[in-house]
Design a protein. Structure first.
Length: 388
């Protein structure tokens, strides 16, 4: 059976349209038979187009190559139509077949531009906005250690996070001709429970003391200091200058320790803590509370606790500070102990902090004269990788 010129022309138009649509979908948008609609896939293209080299490739795939395909398709169409005799070609043009092909091509191009350009622009803008918000959130998600300094902060480490804060500290005391030198490793382990609570295990761990008279060593002892278990509760977030961030910390020290550093009674303390950003680059960190402790004679006493840290924050990673601590009384039937110190902390990346501090007692019998400390803090997440 003979096939008419009009049937051949119609079949060719259909084949060309299908070829064109498939080429556009595969090459331009990475379509396959199960892909979603154009705007969703273009979001992937625009997300990667933030890279300059990929942007150039995207322009080529989205606009230059489709234009070339259209141009080649028109040439092929024109060449194919030359097969038909002049009368049939004239009749076909008269009946509107070739204009139909032309209109189909125009429609596809307009459809392509109408959907891809707005979708690309919208997706690129949304991607840039999301990237900015994500970067801002990442910049704010920095380790917030309770060391160095005397006062502790009000924030918790967050759910499924562990934070280890440790260091070395050396202290010197003098009583007439007698001199005492203490070395210990203060350590705090913080375990995030949720956005409000964290568990805490804290102590001076390994401790060594050396006593000398007239530069002659008379006694040396080493052992483990008592360890506390406790909780921190984050009460409320900061709401500007008028509403500081507030939390509470409770510690309990069971009777523990070894080799002369042990205690005979259960002791502990309760503190209300806060962080107040009262000015640009400046914040105050006050602590106030009450504690039940045991002195060197094994006698228990109740004390009022106060500490205050002034932080200067020239950047989010650098934190010089000065602070003070008051314990009244410092021992049973004793005086008030007052300590001043200063130091600096520096955050490396997001999850590591290094610090150094030094200070001295200015009142009382128990504070050191002076003390020096160095420390490192590290944060990690359970069940997921940290951002560097």
């Amino acid at each position: 059976m003979a096939i008419s010129g009009e049937a051949v022309s119609a079949n060719f138009i259909t084949e060309t349209a299908l070829m064109f649509s498939y080429e556009i979908s595969v090459i331009v948008c990475d379509f396959d038979a199960n892909d979603a609609h154009i705007p969703n896939l273009l979001q992937k293209v625009c997300h990667n187009a933030l890279n300059i080299e990929f942007l150039a490739a995207s322009i080529y795939l989205l606009y230059i190559r489709p234009a070339a395909i259209i141009f080649l398709a028109l040439i092929m169409c024109d060449e194919k139509m030359r097969i038909f005799n002049q009368d049939l070609r004239a009749e076909t043009i008269h009946r509107g077949r070739t204009p139909a092909l032309f209109l189909l091509m125009v429609f596809v191009v307009i459809y392509h531009l109408a959907f891809t350009i707005p979708a690309s622009a919208q997706s690129a803008a949304q991607t840039a906005q999301n990237s900015t918000q994500s970067k801002a959130a990442d910049d704010d998600d920095l380790i917030d250690a309770d060391r160095p300094g005397i006062a502790d902060g009000s924030t918790v480490v967050g759910a499924k996070r562990f934070q280890l804060e440790s260091g070395i500290q050396t202290e010197f005391r003098r009583n007439g001709a007698e001199r005492d030198h203490a070395f210990f490793i203060p350590t705090l382990l913080r375990i995030g429970i949720d956005k409000r609570f964290e568990a805490r295990v804290e102590g001076n761990t390994f401790t060594r003391t050396t006593t000398s008279v007239a530069d002659v060593q008379t006694n040396q002892a080493s052992g483990l200091a008592p360890v506390s278990v406790g909780l921190k509760y984050h009460i409320e977030d900061s709401k500007g200058v008028t509403r500081p961030s507030v939390g509470a910390i409770i510690r309990v020290f069971p009777a523990s320790g070894t080799n002369g550093f042990q205690t005979d009674h259960v002791t502990g303390d309760l503190r209300l803590v806060a962080d107040w950003d009262f000015a640009p680059h400046l914040s105050l960190n006050p602590n106030v509370g009450i504690g039940r402790y045991e002195d060197d004679r094994g006698k228990t006493f109740t004390s009022a606790i106060f500490a205050l840290t002034l932080n200067y924050l020239p950047s989010k990673h650098l934190n010089p500070f000065v602070d003070m601590g008051v314990l009244r009384p410092e021992e049973r039937d004793g005086k008030s102990a007052v300590i001043f110190d200063t130091g600096v902390a520096y955050i490396i990346g997001r999850n590591v902090q290094l610090d150094v501090s030094a200070g001295t007692g200015v009142h009382g019998n128990t504070p050191p004269h002076p003390f020096i400390g160095f420390g490192v803090s590290f944060r990690t997440r359970v069940g997921g990788a940290n951002k560097p």
